[in-house]
Design a protein around this ligand. Structure first.
Ligand SMILES: NC(=O)c1ccc[n+]([C@@H]2O[C@H](COP(=O)([O-])OP(=O)(O)OC[C@H]3O[C@@H](n4cnc5c(N)ncnc54)[C@H](O)[C@@H]3O)[C@@H](O)[C@H]2O)c1
Length: 418
């Protein structure tokens, strides 16, 4: 068995069942794995992956391994690891360093273990692996041919590195493909955030005021699903276009200071910092429930909440009650970390099927091609459309094709009003 560090290897049987269930709902990755089995396009390629260590990630890891890669995995969040899943991966020989409930030191110990294996390709979710390689482990840069990034916040960090002239190898922004953000960020985060809130609190959503901070791809998914559960949804934004879109999608839009005294639930998903700040929490009703679905645990000002409180109690897994000095109580879910991964299981397998199909095909493309320039690159359009086509195939859905006449018409400028 390979080197590994997980919570309990005895959980491996349970993990195998979880992985089997995920794989049954990931037809595109299964198809890619079938081809990888024959072609072995990643033979001997060392891949370092820092991803949420979930059952869907296990299906990706095994797909890459089937293609010949040697994958080492660590978690991209201290609270998102599914312990049975990593136990199963460890038992079948993947070097995996992840367990749920790590402190910061343990988290980076695991990131460093992955770097120790000398990755040639990196796969990140939030850019902590790339960030560590570029700051503390620069000796590893020499070996790396390229990397991919899974999430919006990671792409933002990497673009900032590029702008600073600090990025030393090419990164492909998997997050920015249609087959990723239109489905994973929107429908994945939408459903799994509601799932996380319900598992943590088990309270009724119908008739409650549900404040969603942001109206990006993730937040709009949360807003539509909260509305579907019967909540009165309020959206807050800083971008006028997105605010307008939210308004015309039928949501109430207002500043957070105005929404603060009204909300029963508050969910952030902006990629920003202190979106819910002290001044907002000072106005909230006693009993309000706060959660974050953005990448880092900085969207809710937790130090301010701690400072406003006389004490806190853990009432249920992922549910902390803060008793404020003025007598009110506020409830924080999953310690302000991604509520959908920390309090539930993350996105449903069906959407991760597309995101991780993009990841697998991008790894193959990066490895087979010439080394790219050291900047953030788009995923080739062909990969995006292949994944969409395979997904439709996997769902048994056929679509029409343009006729020759239609193709000609659409590419011509000569025909106008008739
Ligand atoms: N929970 C998950 O599983 C999951 C999945 C994908 C992405 N993410 C993360 O979620 C976050 C959002 O991703 P996205 O793809 O929706 O990004 P996005 O860029 O599409 O949307 C972010 C939105 O937040 C708005 N915003 C920024 N600051 C704000 C503020 N102070 N108040 C109100 N609105 C504000 C922006 O104007 C923008 O419209 C990122 O951190 C991303 O990495 C989480």
């Amino acid at each position: 068995m390979a080197d590994y560090k997980v919570k309990d290897i005895e959980l491996a049987d349970q993990g195998e069942l979880l992985i089997e269930w995920a794989e049954a709902h990931m037809p595109v990755l299964r198809l890619i794995r079938g081809r990888f089995e024959e072609e072995k396009p990643l033979e001997g390629v060392r891949i370092g992956a820092c991803l949420h260590a979930t059952k869907e990630t296990a299906v990706l890891v095994r797909t890459l391994e089937t293609g010949g890669a040697e994958v080492a995995l660590c978690a991209s969040n201290p609270l998102s690891t599914q312990d049975p899943v990593v136990a199963a991966l460890a038992r079948t020989g993947t070097p995996v360093y992840a367990w749920r409930g790590q402190d910061t030191e343990e988290y980076y110990w695991c990131v460093n273990k992955v770097i120790d294996r000398g990755p040639v390709l990196t796969m990140d979710d939030g850019a902590d692996l790339v960030g560590t390689i570029h700051s503390k482990r620069t000796e590893a840069l020499e070996m790396v041919k390229g990397g991919s990034e899974e999430t919006t916040t990671g792409v933002i960090r990497l673009r900032a590195m590029e702008a600073d002239g600090a990025l030393r190898y090419p990164i492909v922004a998997v997050n920015d493909t249609y087959t990723k953000y239109l489905f994973d960020n929107r429908y994945g985060t939408g459903q799994s955030t509601i799932d996380g809130i319900l598992r943590a609190t088990s309270v009724l959503l119908a008739g409650k005021t549900f404040v969603v901070c942001g109206y990006g791809w993730c937040a709009r998914g949360v807003a539509i699903r909260a509305r579907g559960m019967g909540s009165n949804v309020v959206v807050t934004e800083v971008n006028p276009l997105r605010a307008l879109e939210a308004m015309m999608d039928g949501f109430r839009v207002m500043p957070l200071l105005e929404a603060a005294p009204q909300g029963d639930f508050f969910v952030t998903s902006t990629g920003g910092i202190n979106v819910i700040d002290r001044g907002h929490m000072e106005l909230m009703k006693s009993g309000a429930i706060l959660a974050n679905a953005g990448h880092f645990n900085v969207e809710i000002n937790i130090p301010a909440l701690e400072d406003m409180s006389t004490g806190k109690r853990r009432l249920r897994p992922s549910l902390d009650e803060y008793s404020l000095k003025d007598g009110r109580k506020l409830y924080l879910l999953a310690e302000g970390r991604l509520v959908n991964l920390a309090a539930a299981e993350g996105h449903p397998s069906e959407v991760m099927d597309m995101s991780f199909a993009d990841q697998a095909l991008v790894a193959e493309w990066l490895w087979k091609g010439e080394k790219l320039e050291s900047r953030v690159h788009e995923v080739p359009e062909e990969i995006d459309s292949t994944v969409a086509r395979l997904k439709l195939e996997g769902m048994g859905i056929e679509i029409d094709e343009l006729t020759e006449e239609q193709k000609k018409y659409l590419s011509s400028w000569k025909e106008g009003t008739v």
